[in-house]
Design a protein around this ligand. Structure first.
Ligand code: PMV
Length: 310
């Protein structure tokens, strides 16, 4: 018996950060993301003599193995003959949403492999327990992860959207987003401000996406990312993922905007910068950043494809 599923990562424009219910993974605030093509996780479940987990071709750490084993108990009470192999075609744990595509692919694969036939909503409730952001990679396009723990799909036209990833480091981050989230909730006086802003801005972002108001989409995305990193800096002790190079990329983006280019930045719990731009401006923006010495990956397009069995 062998089942493989594939999922793409999503990048949040309004960020999720912090759980009001740790067990159920219910977020304090709504978040909204776009699912992107090219980057993908492929996860295979197959029958073998003993349980094992391989991540990107290597035996997983005990911590990752246990995490995946616990996650699989939502689908079965016997994992003893299952081997999980998961591969990303992009850097893992570097703030490029690898846990989102990984848990979305694992959920869909396990649902089929263990013959669960869970409904979409049941699968959402399970997937978010692997990684909150993974719930948004179950589907393509624009997805809103609501405070009630479920997804609303937003039918916006994304033809014009492009995403550039500026790779500042492809090393796994020192502090996982799970740990950072808990620490920020517990110690940052700015976390409440982050939540309040995110909830208000989610409605505004949804409207802007639907009315093709790219400027407002970009402006709200930057605001959410900066507010997230501000709340991390205000934690005790502070958490900072962004290096000098990251701030230099942000400066270049602001400069390009002064030259009337449609370009905005967003950052997650990692050192890399994601650049939101348009079909019209993407080439110029990529060339400009490359000319400044930055490592810019090929442009991504929004993907309509949700997590699915291959
Ligand atoms: O779902 P997690 O634990 O990978 O947390 C994701 C948190 C951010 O990437 C920083 C924001 C988001 O909404 O994706």
């Amino acid at each position: 018996m062998k089942v493989t599923a594939k999922a793409h990562p999503n990048i949040a424009l309004i960020k999720y950060f912090g759980k009001k219910d740790e067990k159920e993974v219910l977020p304090y605030n709504d978040s909204i993301s776009i699912t992107w093509d090219t980057f993908e996780t492929r996860t295979t479940l197959e029958t073998a003599k003993a349980f094992n987990v391989f991540l990107n071709g290597h035996v997983a750490s005990i911590e990752d193995r246990e995490k995946i084993k616990t996650f699989l108990t939502y689908f079965t009470n016997d994992v003893s003959h299952t081997v999980v192999s998961s591969k990303n075609n992009f850097p893992t744990a570097a703030g490029l949403a690898s846990s989102a595509s990984a848990f979305a692919a694992l959920s869909v694969a396990a649902n089929r492999y263990f013959n669960c036939n869970f409904s979409e909503k049941n699968l959402e409730a399970i997937t978010r327990k692997g990684s909150g952001s993974a719930i948004r990679s179950l589907y393509g396009g624009v997805n809103r992860f609501n405070r009630n723990g479920y997804v609303t799909r937003i039918d916006a036209s994304l033809e014009e959207y492009r995403l550039l990833v500026v790779l500042i480091s492809d090393h796994a981050k020192a502090v996982s987003s799970r740990k950072a989230m808990k620490h920020v909730v517990e110690t940052s006086p700015l976390h409440k401000a982050f939540i309040d802003t995110a909830n208000e801005d989610s409605d505004a972002l949804e409207k802007a996406l639907l009315s093709k108001d790219f400027h407002t989409v970009g402006r709200l995305s930057e605001k959410s990312a900066l507010s997230l990193h501000g709340s991390m800096l205000a934690a005790n002790p502070p958490i900072h993922y962004l290096s000098d190079a990251a701030f230099r990329v942000m400066d270049e983006i602001v400069k390009l905007r002064r030259e009337n280019r449609e370009v905005y930045f967003t950052m997650d719990a990692g050192p890399n910068i994601k650049v939101l731009t348009t079909k019209k401006d993407v080439r110029l923006v990529a060339n400009h950043l490359k000319a400044q010495g930055f490592n810019v990956l090929p442009a991504l397009k929004p993907s309509k494809e949700g997590a699915h069995i291959l």
